[in-house]
Design a protein around this ligand. Structure first.
Ligand SMILES: NC(=O)C1=CN([C@@H]2O[C@H](COP(=O)(O)OP(=O)(O)OC[C@H]3O[C@@H](n4cnc5c(N)ncnc54)[C@H](OP(=O)(O)O)[C@@H]3O)[C@@H](O)[C@H]2O)C=CC1
Ligand SMILES: CC(=O)C(=O)O
Ligand SMILES: [Mg+2]
Length: 616
């Protein structure tokens, strides 16, 4: 079988005159049987393309084994393997445990002075020895998570095109939209269970980073493995390149993406439709997590594909994680839910997603929809969101727009606090420092006025740390240690002196990492045909019940990050059960009947057996 003739004639093309067919004939290493379909080249021209032949793990020997990160065990290969795989002499004589290899890696990480350098070291490790990378991550999650995820991943994304050394994701450009299925098939690992996809249009609180946003799917999927044990070969990071509005990127000679302005919403939607269709065709069982799409697209896609196997992490994952923390915070605040009034600074995907989840909690506690909705005051760049503000409100804001403001408009957060006298202040603005001293002190005053012993709920949730609405130290100082605090990125504990005593306060990290790994794992294990609202709500309720005695004693509202894997198993178990309740689990009925007989303990044990836990 031969490839279609493709002698390139354009004088502007560096390959002009080259007989591509002859070149490819020479370069072809594998059998030419099995033409797979069509792919577009760099210029968008459609061409035929072939299967990639991969060597199997059992056939591989020598450097083939050492250079494949999923097969390489570093210095932990046993004596027999060293002989049978022709490794004798290729690696040092010493035979080390995975723990010893981790010790070496830790020493190297600690020797790096910047977090981006630490990230790069970890990334190199991942490209060499996957088991070692994940053992390190799992056993040192408090130290490693801020390196592979927020806040460091924010810095990494900002410079991704400069830092780039190797492919770790699928890059699907709008120029190759006729080949989405082919590109999906090019992924080297068969049948991925979960993909995280972004178009880079709203990366953390850093705005449109275009293709540089690919660090987010890569980081989130590393956490799917570290925090929920989904096998790394079953994860698929994807970036959709639709151009970018980021002028710095467009000017950067090293930028890796298309050098065009971001395409219109209409074109992006067609592209997204094509992407979802191709996903269904190539990987019908894969769960799709939408991540860091700008507001309008985030809501539009979630609504448009709600019957598919997908969810939006920023709307639903964040909604669930903040609800879980809020449930615990309400108890600690000594303010009954009937008296709660919440001000949200930020009315975007995360803000509205959280408000909707908390509203579902209120209605589950017996409030009518109106009573529940009346508890929310959303603030955006124009001030309090009201029905008569005079601007054209985006659809997602309408549900929480106030109409009881008697014509008054409140343009500053201070004015809103003065008017509402809130018990909780939630920040999802991507704007550093908007919770000023006067704002936080006003929140405390309004809570104190309700009665002795009441505590304000203060959640500056924006990422990365450079976008947090206030710091932990500020929150503790301005509320005299009374605030129940959660932030999107991790802060360190804060120690201060009160009189002659030293007091240490412990922050919470209210980040969707406590939810999406377990939600995804539960949906995958239940073979859920889609992710229902009840599954998302259940993930929050499950997480809120995960605290152990020590965490309760410390006054925390989330499990310590070191226990995120335990929490994910509980979340996954409850999500599985919710999938069954909702009739979307495709597991055989007999399996469920058996599990029901065994109970939660057995189901938990079964889940733990399914997950990846690298031990050599
Ligand atoms: N902790 C966690 O797990 C998560 C945290 N986040 C973080 O939340 C932040 C927001 O994300 P997302 O909701 O998706 O972003 P969006 O862009 O969808 O929403 C941002 C919202 O903030 C408002 N806003 C921006 N600046 C100000 C300001 N100075 N004063 C008042 N309102 C302001 C915007 O107003 P307007 O509508 O007028 O433009 C908009 O309503 C990001 O930093 C993100 O990293 C997101 C998901 C999870
Ligand atoms: C955590 C997260 O999903 C975000 O900041 O967008
Ligand atoms: Mg996100």
């Amino acid at each position: 079988m031969s490839l279609s003739s493709r002698r390139i004639s354009s004088p502007f093309n560096p390959m002009a005159g080259v007989d591509v067919e002859a070149l490819e004939d020479q370069m072809r290493i594998a059998a030419l049987d099995g033409l797979r379909g069509y792919a577009q080249d760099h210029y968008g021209t459609v061409k035929q393309y072939h299967e990639t032949e991969y060597i199997s793990k059992n056939m591989a020997a020598g450097y083939q084994v050492l250079r494949e990160p999923a097969w390489n065990k570093g210095t932990s290969f046993g004596p027999d393997e060293r002989v049978s795989k022709n490794l004798t002499g290729l690696i040092p004589h010493v035979l080390e445990s995975l723990e010893t290899q981790c010790m070496r890696a830790l020493r190297m990480i600690n020797s790096r002075t910047t977090n981006v350098d630490k990230y790069l070291y970890l990334s190199t490790l991942k490209s060499q020895n996957i088991d070692l990378f994940y053992r390190l991550l799992i056993d040192n999650v408090a130290q490693m998570m801020p390196l592979v995820y927020t806040p460091t991943i924010g810095d990494v994304c900002l410079q991704y095109s400069t830092l780039y050394t190797r492919p770790e994701a699928l890059y699907i450009s709008i120029k190759q939209r006729k080949s989405i299925a082919t590109i999906l098939r090019n992924w080297p690992y068969p049948e991925p269970s979960i993909c995280v996809v972004t178009d880079g249009s709203r990366i953390l609180g850093l705005g449109d980073l275009g293709v540089n946003g690919v660090g987010i799917p890569i980081g989130k999927l590393a956490l799917y493995t570290a925090a929920a044990g989904i096998h790394p070969e079953k994860t698929l990071p994807i970036v959709l390149d639709c151009g970018t509005a980021n002028e710095d990127n467009l000017r950067d000679p090293l930028y890796l993406g298309l050098r065009t302005k971001r395409v219109s919403q209409e074109v992006a939607l067609e592209f997204m439709d094509e992407f979802m269709t191709a996903v269904k065709e190539v990987y019908p069982n894969m769960l799709v997590q939408f991540e860091d799409f700008e507001t309008e697209k985030a809501f539009l896609y979630l609504d448009r594909y709600k019957k598919e196997k997908c969810f939006n992490d920023d709307i639903q994952g964040t909604g669930a994680v903040v609800l879980a923390g809020y449930m615990g915070a309400v108890n600690l605040s000594a303010v009954p839910i009937e008296d709660q009034r919440l001000v949200f600074m930020g009315a975007g995907s995360a803000g509205v997603g959280v408000a909707k989840q908390v509203m579902a909690y209120y209605t589950s506690r017996g409030m009518s929809e109106k009573q529940a909705r009346d508890k929310f005051y959303l603030v955006d760049t124009k001030g309090l969101v009201t029905t008569d503000r005079g601007d054209n409100l985006a659809d997602h804001k309408r549900i929480f727009a106030r109409s009881d403001n008697n014509g008054h408009q409140f343009s500053t957060l201070e004015a809103v606090i003065e008017y509402v006298k809130p018990t909780a202040l939630i920040g999802l603005t991507a704007t550093f420092g908007v919770f000023t001293e006067s704002v936080v002190r006003a929140l405390k005053v309004s809570v104190d006025a309700g009665g002795l012993g009441r505590r304000p709920i203060l959640f500056p949730l924006s990422n990365p740390l450079t976008k947090a609405e206030c710091t932990f130290e500020q929150a503790m100082t301005w509320t005299e240690g009374s605030a129940i605090f959660a932030s999107g990125s991790p802060f360190s504990p804060f120690t201060t002196r009160i009189g002659d005593k030293s007091v240490t306060y412990y922050p919470n990290q209210g980040n969707n990492v406590y939810v999406f790994p377990g939600l995804g794992l539960g949906a995958i294990l239940a073979k859920a045909s889609r992710v229902t609202d009840d599954m998302v709500y259940t993930s929050a309720a499950a997480l809120s019940g995960c605290l152990n005695k020590e965490e309760i004693r410390l006054g925390l509202i989330y499990p310590k990050i070191e226990r995120v894997r335990d929490a994910s198993v509980v979340v996954a178990r409850e999500v599985m059960k919710a999938a069954r309740r909702e009739g979307v689990s495709l597991l055989p009925e007999e399996t469920w009947v058996e599990w029901e007989e065994w109970g939660d303990v057995a189901l938990t044990a079964w889940i733990k057996k399914q997950v990846y836990d690298p031990r050599l």
